[in-house]
Design a protein around this ligand. Structure first.
Ligand SMILES: [Zn+2]
Length: 658
């Protein structure tokens, strides 16, 4: 199709050691919204998602499930794909990093980088956990393994290195020439100063991992994490033959802010080294944090999307996630806010306007779109306002300001409600003059409804399609061209379509209870009734934890644990996950860092009694000294920390745990 511009966007290629939660769902929803929006603006769009299926964590999880890795990842990929389908988020390309096409692409990219002189063989030295058979990233000599807590050993292995250091200046030049490459602005500044600080060469292969893409002719080397995973964006649209499809370079990679560095430093450097086109933009969004108190007390607070979709519909979840936070910033997720918005904006807002308008058309105009007659200034004003909203909404979609786009749409909906309430078409008589006035009012309202329906379609695909049918409009709302959308296009004389259930109001507490009950069932499926059992490997949703070998009591006695009380707690700049605590352990007050910042508000921790390992050698975390360790359970697939504690509060500070 000549002339149709192309647009290629991606979600991250999600790692398959767990199942999708609200964070993955958010990114995938945003990608789907952009895809729908771009299509309505005349683009040929490809959206890619997929599963990252290599590495030591998969090796371990497969071993635990007692199945070969290939079978484990096939089941995981099916589970991810199945959920996206169920949620109406089917991507155009679903790439698995075990696909042959992807394997070929990684090997090809490596060959190009090597031919161009950016790959060399060297030695990688790092801290290695013998028990887990894995290097521990960023660990220093003497550090323990974060997974199993055992001491790590310093191990050196032969690796292939990528000359990342050669790309410091090319990357800085590239950022300068392409100021929109990294979004939002704050992330851009972070990355620029990171690169300005100097780049170290990057180890891109391993010989200690078995489950990976082999480096051709160099076995047992396999590619390591990023060289493998990032390349999936390219293999999804043709790999070595990318030019045929015409989709590369990508227009935008959507990523969580935790992986922006890999996407804006490593990835463009790999491509530059191979002399391949670099993506146009990387957009990092924030995280949804849990509404602390209520959620953390339930059994694991990883929010899963299916129960919400079942209870309120996917449109409600999409609307909430995009409306609630500014894209790029962190937001708070709570069921309370979700249901509140559902009732106020969807049930009472768009849903009510649609059913009210349809009922009035039915009653007053015989179920037809009337012909507008003489217009009054208030009709003109509403027309003008709505026409202006079109421009505003499109501009905000274009800038990924989804919350603002929705705000503008909902402000038009509020204007329509107000207009109806003021004009009161139901109170007018059947005189000729008032009949024609009624026709004008209802045509005006229906026209506004048509326009907001089109504008809201990228975010609310299911319900806007229903409103389209309700209004008896031709074709599908998805096929409307946004660039041609104008006030005044609603043709009179059309018969209304079938009535539609849009957003039935829900009672908040009941809705929340039901969502939570469904979520609990999903997290802890009853053994007899496991609807997704075939698609979900055993233990995949739980934290993979092989049974450790037994230890004697004398080993246990080496660990000294005591009851401590938290005296102060504060966040650490530059370490999103850590809190700096001072803890009274009876004999002294210790400074301890704990990786709980994403789940615990510092203020709420003060005075809390916790279990502390007091004889752990002091270590530095992100440059902050930590002298001891606070004990927490790792819950759910994400390993959410839940502090071990003493709710009865009558334990003495300093008491030893035995
Ligand atoms: Zn370990």
């Amino acid at each position: 199709m000549p002339g149709k511009p192309k647009f290629y966007l991606t979600t991250p290629i999600y790692y398959t050691n767990g199942l999708p939660h609200i964070g993955h769902t958010y990114t995938t929803i945003v990608a789907d919204v952009i895809r729908r929006y771009k299509r309505m603006r005349g683009f040929e769009v490809v959206m890619t998602t997929g599963t990252d299926e290599h590495g030591v964590n998969v090796e371990r999880a497969a071993k635990k499930a007692g199945i070969p890795e290939s079978e484990f990842v096939a089941r995981m990929a099916a589970a991810w794909r199945g959920l996206w389908d169920e949620l109406g988020l089917t991507a155009d390309e679903f790439v698995r990093t075990t696909d042959l096409q992807h394997v070929r692409t990684v090997q090809w990219l490596f060959r190009l980088c090597r031919e161009n002189g950016y790959v060399y063989k060297g030695h990688y030295t790092g801290q290695y956990c013998i028990y887990d058979n894995a290097f521990v990233n960023d660990a220093k000599r003497g550090d323990n393994c974060p997974d199993c807590g055992r001491p790590t050993e310093t191990v050196t292995e032969e690796n292939y290195f990528f000359k990342l250091s050669a790309f410091q200046q090319p990357l800085l030049d590239f950022y300068k020439k392409n100021p929109d490459f990294i979004q939002p602005e704050t992330r851009r500044n972070e990355i620029v100063s990171f690169v300005e600080g100097g780049l170290k060469d990057l180890s891109i292969t391993r010989t200690t991992i078995r489950w990976g893409i082999p480096v051709p002719g160099e076995e047992p080397h396999v590619f390591y994490v990023w060289f493998d995973a990032l390349t999936a964006y390219l293999s999804a649209v043709g790999g070595p033959e990318y030019e045929q499809r015409g989709m590369w370079p990508a227009d935008v990679h959507l990523v969580g802010k935790d992986i922006i560095r890999f996407h804006t430093v490593y990835w463009p450097a790999f491509l530059m080294a191979a002399m391949l086109p670099v993506p146009k933009q990387v957009w990092a969004h924030g995280w949804f944090l849990m509404d602390s108190s209520k959620m953390s007390k339930s059994k694991g607070n990883v929010i899963v999307p299916r129960p919400i979709a079942n209870m309120l519909g996917m449109d409600a979840l999409r609307y909430f996630l995009l409306r609630e936070v500014v894209f790029g910033q962190d937001g708070n997720f709570s069921y309370d806010a979700l249901v509140t918005r559902y009732n106020s904006d969807l049930a009472n807002g768009l849903g009510n306007l649609a059913s009210r308008t349809a009922a009035l058309l039915e009653k007053i105009c015989g179920g037809q779109i009337p012909k507008p007659m003489e217009r009054k200034p208030q009709d003109e004003a509403l027309a003008k306002e709505t026409q202006a909203a079109i421009g505003e909404v499109l501009e905000n979609y274009e800038n990924m300001s989804f919350a603002r786009a929705l705000e503008a749409i909902w402000s038009a909906i509020a204007s329509a409600d107000k207009y109806l309430t003021t004009e009161q078409p139901w109170a007018l008589s059947n005189s000729d003059q008032e009949q024609s006035r009624k026709a004008t009012i209802l045509w005006t309202t229906a026209e506004l409804l048509r326009i907001v329906t089109v504008l809201a379609h990228p975010v609310l695909p299911v319900s806007t399609a229903k409103i389209w049918t309700l209004l008896g409009l031709p074709g599908s709302v998805a096929a409307v061209e946004l660039d041609g959308l104008r006030w005044g296009q609603l043709a009179p004389g059309k018969q209304l379509g079938k009535a539609q259930t849009l957003f039935p109001r829900v009672e908040k507490n009941e809705a929340i209870e039901r969502i939570e009950a469904m979520a609990n069932e999903e997290r802890n499926p009853a053994p007899a009734a496991k609807p997704t059992a075939s698609a979900t490997p055993a233990g995949a949703a739980a934290v993979p934890q092989a049974a450790p070998e037994k230890i004697g009591i004398e080993d246990f006695a080496k660990v000294e644990m005591r009851v401590g009380q938290i005296k102060t707690a504060e966040r650490i700049v530059g370490a999103d996950k850590l809190l700096k605590l001072t803890v009274d352990i009876g004999t002294e007050i210790r400074q301890i860092c704990a990786g709980i910042a994403q789940y615990y508000e510092p203020e709420k921790l003060i005075g809390r009694k916790v279990a502390v390992v007091v004889n752990l050698a002091p270590r530095k975390l992100r440059g902050v000294e930590s002298n001891g360790m606070v004990i927490a359970a790792a819950v759910g697939p994400e390993g959410r920390p839940v502090l071990a504690g003493f709710p009865d509060e009558d334990v003495e500070i300093g008491s030893r745990l035995k």
